[in-house]
Design a protein around this ligand. Structure first.
Ligand SMILES: *Cc1c(COP(=O)(O)O)cnc(C)c1O
Length: 465
């Protein structure tokens, strides 16, 4: 499988190189040149497969020229053995045609584990074969950091440095990062805000001279293709469990950077009968505005009850645009350069294509609290604020009653106890058993001044892999 850039000016890469590359050299994102296709008969047969077996079926065509089947199988078995539920991604029914797909049974209680548990293992596998070691650097305000750290904790060829703003992440989220044990894991609490952390990561990628010459710097943010690839699997898994290919269904996806829902789009393009994909946003509604007005523009950031969806630009949206513009890389390059200067509008043809599959819904903090309370009231089921946005959007979309709607539950409510409390529930969410002692575990974290030189010097002096 070859991968090409959405802006058409960078060399095509194979899977191994795409795994180690972030942005393409032309500033675009890598996408597969073609997609594997699954017929109705193929999808019918998927009903026999458990989660890791299904993952193998879906992922193998994307990686087959780099990873032999038997090695891929071992990687996938070990990845999904980390999940604390036999079904890996279980479905829960809320109402006649309303379902929730629980994607929070991984080690850090958010759906990012699906991709990052796999990504760590794939990177380590490829590096081992190439006799190379790398440094991963990232900034986090929440879920990504802990999932990336957990995903890399057994990787011999990776040092991972995760920057978070000192004193500005929630207790659960900090503990989930700083209590993970491993010489290759480095938590850096920077005395600044999240934007300072992100700026340091950006500067470091632009000038990697502070690292030893033999260490490549790798990003694990949501533009990494392997993360999207891993997320395609659970769309097939849920749909087949609910009767695909005979029955079509819709998915409601709490959306920030458009990675998770883009994976749903790919599942549809690979043959899964999906009636509709619902983009559920909080008040940072750049995508809702695109769908309703055709205009793509930055607005200032709002801090909401669903912090993992607090974004102003949805980076993976470019991957969809590439298809909406019929894979015209030059057109995408032109659009994106104009976007850097201000709002842009998309062609009517592109918007018509988007609307055949996507719809959108914006959910406020008040509505989020109301939905958490209502679902608890009616089903005694506790939603986290991100998943509540998805459920609200699923209930508000006007699809025929015969179409089941599956909301992706992207985090466990115990990750966001404050939002649940604000919803007025008579019960607090409790951490799953494997994390019950989280608050007693010792923390390892380096507090550093808000200075690039200090962060880079710390990194250069603490490479252990
Ligand atoms: C990251 C995240 C999201 C948003 O996912 P995208 O792929 O960025 O759209 C939603 N919910 C939770 C809990 C997350 O951690």
């Amino acid at each position: 499988m070859k991968y090409i850039s959405t802006r058409g000016q960078a060399p095509a890469l194979n899977f191994e190189d795409v795994l180690l590359t972030g942005l393409a050299a032309d500033g675009g994102l890598y996408v597969p040149e073609t997609l594997p296709q699954f017929s109705a008969a193929d999808i019918e047969q998927m009903a026999e497969l458990d989660y890791p077996q299904l993952a193998q079926k879906i992922i193998a065509p994307f990686v087959s020229d780099c990873i032999p089947e038997a090695d891929l199988e071992a990687i996938l078995q070990s990845t999904y053995a980390e999940f604390r539920h036999d079904a890996v991604a279980p479905l829960v029914q809320l109402d006649h045609n309303q379902w929730v797909l629980e994607l929070f049974h991984g080690p850090t209680l958010a759906f990012k584990d699906f991709a990052l548990q796999l990504l760590g293992r794939l990177l380590d596998y490829v590096l081992e074969r190439k006799h190379q070691k790398v440094v991963i650097m990232g900034a986090t305000s929440g879920d990504t950091g802990s999932a990336a750290i957990e995903g890399c904790k057994r990787c011999n060829n990776i040092d991972i440095f995760i920057l978070h703003p000192h004193g500005r992440v929630s207790d659960v989220q900090r503990k989930q990062m700083t209590t993970v044990v491993g010489d290759n894991i480095h938590n850096l609490a920077v005395q600044g805000n999240f934007d300072d952390c992100q700026a340091m990561v950006k500067s470091s990628f632009n000038d990697r001279g502070f690292l030893p010459a033999d260490r490549r710097l790798v990003a694990v943010n949501s533009i990494n293709w392997a993360r999207i690839m891993a997320q395609i699997v659970y769309y097939f898994y849920a749909a087949v469990a609910l009767g695909a290919p005979a029955r079509k269904m819709a998915f409601s996806v709490p959306t920030g950077n458009f990675g998770d829902i883009f994976a749903g789009y790919l599942a549809q393009q690979m043959g899964l009968p999906i009636e509709r994909l619902i983009i559920a946003t909080n008040s940072n509604d750049v995508l809702h505005r695109v769908l309703t007005s055709g205009t793509y523009g930055r607005q200032s950031l709002e801090h909401t009850l669903s912090p993992s969806m607090d974004i102003t630009v949805s980076s993976n949206f470019e991957r969809l645009l590439f298809d909406l513009y019929q894979r015209d890389g030059a057109a995408i390059g032109d659009l994106m350069s104009r976007f850097d200067a201000g709002d842009i509008s998309f062609s009517a043809a592109a918007m018509d294509r988007a609307k055949t599959l996507f719809s959108s819904c914006r959910v406020s903090d008040d509505e989020t609290r109301e939905q958490i309370a209502a679902t608890w009231d009616r089903c005694e089921y506790m939603l986290d604020p991100h998943s509540a946005i998805g459920v609200k959007a699923a209930l508000d979309c006007d699809l025929p009653a015969s179409v089941p709607v599956v909301t992706l539950a992207t985090a466990h409510p115990a990750k966001f106890p404050d939002a649940v409390k604000q919803a007025g529930l008579d019960e607090a969410p409790s951490l799953p058993h494997h994390l019950r002692d989280l608050f007693e575990r010792p923390e390892r974290c380096e507090v550093l001044p808000n200075e690039l030189a200090a962060v880079q010097a710390f990194m250069a002096g603490n490479i252990n892999a």
